[in-house]
Design a protein around this ligand. Sequence first.
Ligand SMILES: CCCCCCCCCCCCCCCCCCCCCCCCCC(=O)SCCNC(=O)CCNC(=O)[C@H](O)C(C)(C)COP(=O)(O)OP(=O)(O)OC[C@H]1O[C@@H](n2cnc3c(N)ncnc32)[C@H](O)[C@@H]1OP(=O)(O)O
Ligand SMILES: Cc1cc2nc3c(=O)[nH]c(=O)nc-3n(C[C@H](O)[C@H](O)[C@H](O)COP(=O)(O)OP(=O)(O)OC[C@H]3O[C@@H](n4cnc5c(N)ncnc54)[C@H](O)[C@@H]3O)c2cc1C
Length: 663
Amino acid sequence: MNPDLAQERRRATFDPEQVTSLLYRGPENVRKRRYLQNAAIQDQVLRGSKPWAFQSRIEQYETALQMYIYMMNKLDEMGVTDPLERMYYQEAGAPHYYNPMALHTGMFIPSIEKQGTKEQKERWLPMARSLQLIGTYAQTEMGHGTFIRGLETTATYDPSSQEFVLNSPTVTSMKFWPGGLGKTSNCCLVMAQLITHGKKRGIHLFFVQIRDLKTHRHMPGVESGDIGPKFGFNSNDNGYLKLSNVRIPRENMLMRYSKVLEDGTYVPPTNQRIGYGTMVFVRAHIVTNSARGLSKACVIAIRYSAVRRQTEVSPGGPEAQIIDYQTQQYKLFPLLATAYAMYFTGRYAEDYYEQIASEIEAGNLESLNQLHAVCAGLKAFSTWACTAGIETCRLCCGGHGYSHASGIPKLYTYYTPGCTYEGENNVMMLQVARFLMKIYPDIKRGGPIHEFVQYLGADLTQKSCMTEEVALGCLLKAFQHRAARLLSDAAARIENLVRSGKSRQEAWDASTVALTWAAKAYCHTFVVRTFSQIVSDAAVDKSTKDVLTALCKLYAIDGIIENLGEFIEDGFFSPHQVSFLKNKLADLLAEIRPNAVALVDAFDYPDKTLDSCLGRYDGQVYPALYEYAKNSPFNEQEVLDSYHKFIKPAQTEQSQRAPMARL
Ligand SMILES: CCCCCCCCCCCCCCCCCCCCCCCCCC(=O)SCCNC(=O)CCNC(=O)[C@H](O)C(C)(C)COP(=O)(O)OP(=O)(O)OC[C@H]1O[C@@H](n2cnc3c(N)ncnc32)[C@H](O)[C@@H]1OP(=O)(O)O
Ligand SMILES: Cc1cc2nc3c(=O)[nH]c(=O)nc-3n(C[C@H](O)[C@H](O)[C@H](O)COP(=O)(O)OP(=O)(O)OC[C@H]3O[C@@H](n4cnc5c(N)ncnc54)[C@H](O)[C@@H]3O)c2cc1C
């Protein structure tokens, strides 16, 4: 054990186990998670032969397939059915490979479960669970990802054969990006424009078999393939798909909410957007997933910062641990606080999703819009925080952060597409703004509105209650005030533009930056509120609560300092109050310092899930870096063939021109 890390753990003022328990919803879940992760870590089959970064793309894909299929069988044998528990096992078994069948379990099966009829579920789900059917969610096209009403793939109903005929009529209509579509899947859910009786009926999901179930060769009229190497996700065959007069039976349209009858009569759903449900479901889960990404980067960067020493602070004295530099703390501790904030918010989003989803199941669609706004907004807010935070953690590791040995570049490429997939973040923020603007008249009137948004109607002339003590309640009020004011600003801007003669749509289009500011501020407030609520309700001892409260305050204060203009432009905070906040920020960095390592230990990631030479629990960073480097295929031979092929001839040629000087 590295002595600095051992010392850090001794200095902690709280028991990390209590925090672990809070993060994973109780000791029983912590026990199960550990049991599953240990089982995966100890499994010889999952050991892997060489680090992923030294493998070719095909090797990465094959290793991922082999490991995930092995793990699915193991989990079935162990009787583990809960998706979260399955994920924990997989996270420890194959942390470095993105599952080529992730979309099969994550979107294909859930879409059938949520949007299929009873018969469809009975027909497809058993086959999907036994991997006879391997599916994906094929919505995005080369020409359209965001604007899904503009998708070009058509599904035209032919009443004479009672079939849909699917076509990709243009190059841009080709499905492009779906995970596992290229080579792995033999079927998919295709989002296509339904046409019956010659009329367009909007986009709907269709079950389409794309490969023969025995030979895995393409079905007639189907062309598909891998889209090539990407920024990350390279063990996944994100694919393209072109459909030419592909016929599928009428029963293959997912018909739980909308139907096409035998004669082609279209029965629309109660709400056109109910078919977007799978996206809402995934967005709710992306929040915790972002917390996972950011927290892993924090574990790596904070442990490494405790081990790494650089620069004599006094001449001839010992070099300081880099974690002792206030600037390093200022980069890392707010991110640590953000990771906690996102964990708690993700938990909240998942619970809220479950609550509203069951209301929707029961036929009550009243909260659909609000659920959509919450999930879209938190998805965007959390993925932005995660991706920016991971990059800061990488920079905090200096040169070694740039190596795959650190594990951080992999985290970055794995998490940064979260800003794009499942709804591009800016577009998602505009959906939040659309929701807020729609209820704004009710907010102003003081009409019956959800508690999430009640504060948005508050009196904007009020000033901050902040004193030198910097209470959490005052911090939350500041976020509420800023969100209410930015929303009011955006609304006023739109009204002014309308008064000046623009149409509502033109006024909206000319105000999207202001609307996005308001939506982000709303999401930020949501996170501060959830974090402070969970901390104040947490059943933990006083020392643990103190540490969590410090983190929560740091999250809020850092959020204010980083966006200071928005909190002071209307004079809400006085200059005096801003100086309280700045002082408190520095105090909090010092307060959190002795607990930083224990706070990352509390995330409870076994070394294997981090896959990092820098983030090891034992802090043996330098021997690990040396071992990692030795693994490089460059080092398999003392002299590479390329020396004989290129360097030696070049030297010979040069030396003929100019004889070599004596060394
Ligand atoms: C895989 C694992 C998953 C695991 C899951 C969990 C497992 C569970 C177990 C746990 C295990 C843990 C594992 C962790 C994994 C985490 C995941 C990470 C991996 C992810 C892998 C990567 C996958 C990536 C996959 C993909 O990427 S798949 C493609 C995603 N593609 C998009 O996301 C398109 C965006 N675009 C749009 O969503 C629309 O286009 C658009 C902009 C809204 C406009 O929509 P439009 O129809 O034009 O609507 P408007 O006119 O704007 O509005 C008109 C009206 O509709 C309303 N309304 C719009 N929406 C909606 C909506 N939803 N719902 C309701 N209403 C809506 C709007 O409020 C308005 O109401 P009103 O105001 O009128 O009352
Ligand atoms: C790793 C990865 C995996 C994916 N997996 C799948 C999958 O399994 N299945 C699937 O169907 N898709 C998948 N996708 C596709 C993904 O869902 C889309 O890329 C995403 O929805 C964004 O759409 P787009 O690419 O059309 O972006 P665009 O909409 O072209 O975005 C480009 C820019 O335009 C801006 N913009 C676009 N529209 C607006 C607007 N209305 N207002 C303001 N700004 C706007 C955006 O903010 C962005 O800055 C995946 C993508 C990636 C990267």
